[in-house]
Design a protein around this ligand. Structure first.
Ligand SMILES: Cc1ncc(COP(=O)(O)O)c(C=O)c1O
Length: 434
């Protein structure tokens, strides 16, 4: 049994150039470079340039991939949500139900279209909106549900759709992390009135810069989204009129970004397959470790593995009674010393953020109303980004070696956890939290 790296032993995961190359993301190939050069040399540098074809081609190709009639490309994933909600008629005075655990962009996008995010807790196993919690969050102002396919696992959209249909609400998917994932035989992005994707370079389908995609089967929503992304103008029949027929702004995607994303899309299916295999091999090994729960993927869904969230069970680690955040912090420290880059994704539930906490509401309110999100933030560790590269298999196998090594030294983890209080989610607001 080799000594822990934290105590001077060798790292389980060796550092080096090969390791860096196998975990870099996005992977930029000569074909991606040629795609960008094609646009630069063609001189049509904006989506509104006469004769520009890259954006429309990406829209066609992504709609085909998702299995919907239309796609509208926009400037970011946040813009995709904002434009999709507004195109669905959501606006001032409306409420939109959002999961308490997600990236802040989800709730910001609701505000940007004039509505108010109302939070609902997540399901403890899938980390996505819990349908019974959604039912409790509805008011007579609720206009839409905005489930997030967090980390790449689709939310239970049929259950949520049942809640929505009974109240005449629309469902817009935040699929920013879930390119290619599926639910009951349908792709993420084809599960609600509209699906919203991010093309941020950290995402499974990256671009060079920023970008987003809206998918829908609705002709009406497509038309409204096209106007909203381009100053309220109608789609030009021959030449652009510049007449504003309604609200809008500039949320267009650039052709350079479209061309790069199209080039990435050619490799997307094979990348997703290689990633799935490497992640499954990793999780098979981790699932054998006591006190560590790998992501639960219900039989009716597939996971895009954008982020891997691992739950810790302190009692099974011999740490019953120790603060979950202390257990997490101890494992974080010991694993990272071995070269396993575990991290935290979201340090606090969204309703605790000052931007979204109602005046007068304290952190105790958040703890009472969103216990699963709070527990999830404190009691889990994530692996991010490294697993996206299709060549990451050997590095992920080394991560598994690192976990197994640390699990042979749980006595050390126990003493680190017992000696050091962890940073629970409330600590993120130290000084400013109530
Ligand atoms: C769940 C979720 N929604 C929305 C967004 C926003 O996407 P973008 O950064 O492209 O605006 C992100 C980005 O990280 C996200 O993770």
């Amino acid at each position: 049994m080799s000594r822990l790296a934290m105590l001077g032993g060798p790292r389980a995961v060796p550092a080096g150039a090969d390791h860096d190359a196998a975990t870099a993301w996005p992977v930029v190939t000569p074909a991606d470079e040629r795609a960008v050069l094609r646009v630069l040399r063609g001189g049509r540098l904006t989506a509104s340039a006469a004769g520009e074809t890259e954006v429309a081609a990406l829209e066609r190709e992504w709609a085909g991939h998702v299995g919907v009639a239309h796609c509208v490309a926009v400037g970011s994933g946040t813009a995709a949500i904002q434009v999709a909600l507004a195109a669905a008629g959501v606006g001032a005075g409306d409420e939109v139900v959002v999961p308490a655990l997600t990236m802040n962009a989800t709730a910001h996008a609701v505000r940007q279209c004039g509505a108010e995010p109302v939070f609902a807790d997540i399901d403890a196993d899938t980390f996505t909106l819990a349908p019974d919690r959604v039912a409790e969050a509805l008011t007579d102002r609720t206009a839409a549900l905005l489930p997030v396919h967090l980390h790449g696992l689709p939310a239970d959209v049929d259950e949520l759709g049942g809640v929505a249909d009974a109240r005449g609400l629309v469902v817009v998917e935040d699929a920013a992390q879930a390119h290619g994932a599926a639910y009951r035989g349908r792709r993420a992005g084809a599960l609600g009135l509209a699906g919203c994707f991010s093309l941020h370079p950290s995402k499974n389908l990256p671009t060079c810069g920023e970008g987003g995609l809206i998918t829908t089967d609705s002709d009406e929503l497509r038309r409204a989204a096209l106007a909203l992304r381009n100053f309220g103008e109608h789609e030009p029949v021959r030449t652009r009129t510049y007449i504003a027929h309604g609200p809008g702004g500039n949320a267009r995607l650039g052709p350079v970004q479209a061309a790069f994303a199209r080039s990435q899309l050619e490799r997307f299916p094979s990348c997703a397959e290689d990633r799935h295999k490497a992640v499954t091999d990793l999780l098979t090994r981790l699932a054998a470790l006591p006190g560590l729960r790998v992501p639960h993927v219900p039989a009716d869904r597939s996971h895009a593995w954008h982020i891997i969230r691992l739950r810790l069970v302190p009692e099974e680690l011999g740490l019953g009674g120790v603060e979950p955040a202390a257990v997490r912090a101890a494992l974080h420290r010991v694993l990272r010393a071995e070269g396993v880059p575990v991290s935290r994704y979201q340090v606090a539930p969204l309703p605790a953020h000052p931007a979204f906490r109602p005046p007068g509401a304290g952190l105790d309110d958040v703890a009472d109303r969103f216990p699963v999100s709070c527990r999830t933030v404190d009691g889990t560790l994530c692996l991010q980004r490294r697993q996206l590269n299709p060549a990451a298999g050997p590095v992920l196998a080394a991560y598994a070696d690192g976990f197994e090594k640390v699990w042979e030294h749980l006595d050390v983890v126990r003493s680190v956890a017992a000696a050091n209080p962890g940073q629970g989610w409330r600590e993120s607001f130290a000084g400013g939290g109530r």
